[in-house]
Design a protein around this ligand. Structure first.
Ligand code: ADP
Ligand code: MG
Length: 613
């Protein structure tokens, strides 16, 4: 019988391998930057056109390559970095697989110019689809420069899969920033379509971090420093009050290599336990140094997942040293309140032992009344505007009050219990057509019984009401008396500028000065206390999505509606329940919440009969 097995031709094998290593333009940038660093470069310039779809150019002043290497480097498994199997267990270079250039060359048009340090004449090699199509001696600067054009020209599926330019460029910038944070000793520049985004001169680590995060980050960084036999840990965490809603500023490095680890991330989160506001995420820049024989970088083709031999120990070092650093800088008290006076303990109380604050429950809060008067009974008009009752709660209160402390504890309580928290119930719910148990309302319908999820109903009602006024009528602005200042990273400032026109349409007015965004007007539906979290939400929405006005509005309003639905509500009377149900049924879509979760479940009489047979 005929033998069927054949070795794949190189160009096909390379193309398959490329699928793993090169997912998008950013992967090329990462690999080429790593090569330049391995080649000992001290200055690297990255020049991008159209998010890398048209051009990726990386110029370094590293070692350069000789004539033979300049051709060999495009072959698969061609590497100068690993000579024997043992080398794999003590890697000091970023590359070692010898796959990156072969992969890039298989799926793009590549032109490389390279010249060794001690030579006058260099070489230019052009490769297309794994074939060397041109080669000549040239005079060029010492070091190596790569130009990558027509990425994925022969893999249309990949090319079509690429996202819009701003998204792809964001990925490039992420890779660049990871390298920049891992190598503060290098001079690095990043240019996109002729605009210089970064020009980072060699600096101390702290300065590098500040340069990347932008604004007045400096006094927000808490240094971390710990030496043990197994690991040395240095870096910074952001003070808890500067934690963001988005997960942006979270970086782990080991031996100057960026990596991800949900396990270590957990340790950091734990160290911040109780110090963060609702959904915010800690910011951290943490650098581990461990013996190269104690880690395995070879777990993942893009090398972002790393196995640690001593991971349990490192976990506990992370946890304890961050906890200690946060304690040392006395972070906790400034968490909720800016004003010192909030902490002044009256003289008369100073000798008394500290008492744990109690959870305070607003017994009388009725969402169906337009103003919430505590304990004012339940005779409010049930048709009152539900969402404004919720949204306006606490509006205009800027000064912290003692109750805020309690509020703070209430929030914690809420988070812990999550599923069945804060719907207030009378001990004896009034008889009638409604029964409430925890978050659920049971109500008779023509064909049986309806189970209604109260929180999701609120989310739907608030969402619809705000969305309708937002979209149908011209957007009402509220000019802020005092512009709200928010520090923005370089990336966020680009996003703001890029989406300027849509933001204006949505009612946001603001200008960026020296890494600070000064917001002078916001859509009037935003309540003052949620403006800053809404802006966080806004940034995370525009960062990765294909956006249009509807998307941004949806994300913003959804966040308002969600937070409204988490507030304490009182469903202790039939009127209040009736009000909620009526409003829900006025919504066009009342079966699903704006986050696409089911609000109503019906049980038919037949099903009920069956249960009693
Ligand atoms: P790896 O980095 O895993 O060795 P690559 O495919 O990325 O594999 O690179 C292949 C080889 O090409 C490297 O080992 C190195 O010898 C050489 N090389 C690549 N880029 C550069 C550069 N910018 N300067 C000098 N040599 C380089
Ligand atoms: Mg490499």
């Amino acid at each position: 019988m005929e033998d069927l097995i054949k070795l794949l031709p190189d160009n096909i094998a390379n193309q398959i391998a490329a699928g793993e290593v090169i997912q998008r333009p950013a992967s090329v940038v990462k690999e080429l930057l790593e090569n330049a660093i391995d080649a000992g470069a001290t200055k690297i310039d990255v020049n991008i056109k159209d998010a890398g779809k048209t051009l990726i150019q990386i110029v370094d002043n590293g070692s350069g390559m000789g004539a033979a290497d300049a051709k060999l480097c495009f072959k698969r498994h061609a590497t100068s970095k690993v000579r024997s199997a043992e080398d794999l267990f003590s890697l000091t270079t970023k590359g070692f697989r010898g796959e990156a250039l072969a992969s890039v060359a298989a799926i793009a048009h590549v032109e490389m110019k390279t010249c060794l340090k001690n030579e006058e004449i260099g070489r230019c090699v052009t490769v297309e689809g794994s074939e060397i199509v041109h080669e000549e001696e040239i005079v060029c600067p010492k070091g190596t420069s790569f130009e990558i054009k027509n990425l994925f020209f022969n893999v249309p599926a990949r090319r079509n899969f690429l996202k819009k330019d701003s998204t792809e460029f964001k990925h490039i910038q992420d890779e660049f920033e990871r390298i920049a944070l891992a190598h503060e000793e290098l001079h690095l520049t990043l240019t996109h379509n002729g605009n210089q985004i970064y020009n980072l001169a060699p600096a101390v680590l702290r300065k590098r971090v500040v340069n990347i995060i932008g604004g007045n980050t400096n006094d927000r960084l808490v240094p971390i420093d710990e030496e043990t036999d197994i690991v040395s840990l240095k870096g910074f965490v952001l003070k808890p009050e500067h934690a963001r809603k988005t997960r942006g500023d979270q970086f782990f490095f080991v031996n100057n290599r960026y990596f991800r680890s949900s396990y270590f991330h957990h340790a950091v989160n734990k160290a911040f336990d109780g110090l963060l506001k609702d959904n915010s995420h800690p910011g951290y820049f943490l650098y581990l140094t461990v013996d190269t024989t104690k880690i395995d970088v070879n777990v993942h083709p893009t090398k972002t997942e790393i196995k640690f031999e001593e991971e349990k120990f490192i976990y506990s070092i992370l946890l304890s040293s961050i906890k200690q650093a946060l304690g040392k800088y006395n972070i906790a008290p400034t968490l909720e309140f800016e004003q010192e006076s909030s902490f002044n303990i009256p003289h008369s109380m100073r000798s008394q032992p500290a008492v744990e604050p109690q959870i305070r429950v607003d017994e009388g809060y009725n969402p169906f009344k337009s103003t919430s008067k505590p304990s004012s009974g339940t005779t409010g008009k049930t048709k009152d505007n539900f969402s404004s009752a919720i949204v306006n709660q606490g509006f205009g209160e800027t000064k912290p009050k003692p109750e805020d402390w309690q509020q703070f504890y209430t929030i914690e309580e809420k988070e812990e219990q999550d599923a069945e928290p804060i719907i207030e119930l009378d001990d004896n719910p009034s008889a009638g057509s409604f029964i409430v148990k925890n978050n659920y309302i049971i109500s008779p319908s023509k064909s049986g019984l309806m189970l209604i999820n109260a929180r999701r109903s609120i989310e739907r009602i608030v969402y619809d009401e705000i969305f309708n006024s937002f979209i149908s009528s011209p957007i009402n602005l509220q000019q802020l008396l005092f512009p709200l200042e928010r520090e923005v990273s370089k990336n966020e400032s680009n996003l703001w500028e890029e989406n300027q026109s849509i933001l204006t349409q949505l009612g946001f007015a603001g200008a960026i000065e020296k890494g600070n965004l000064k917001i002078s007007a916001v859509p009037s539906v935003l309540q003052e206390e949620t403006i800053s979290s809404s802006i966080d939400e806004l940034f995370s929405t525009i960062a990765y999505q294909e956006i249009d006005k509807g998307d941004v509005a949806h994300a913003l309003i959804l966040s308002i509606a969600k937070s409204a639905s988490l507030k304490k509500i009182n469903l202790s009377t039939n009127e209040s329940i009736q009000g909620l149900v009526d409003q829900l049924f006025q919504c066009e879509q009342h079966v699903y919440s704006p986050s696409n979760k089911k609000i109503i479940e019906t049980i038919s009489l037949d099903e009920i009969h069956l249960k009693f047979r």
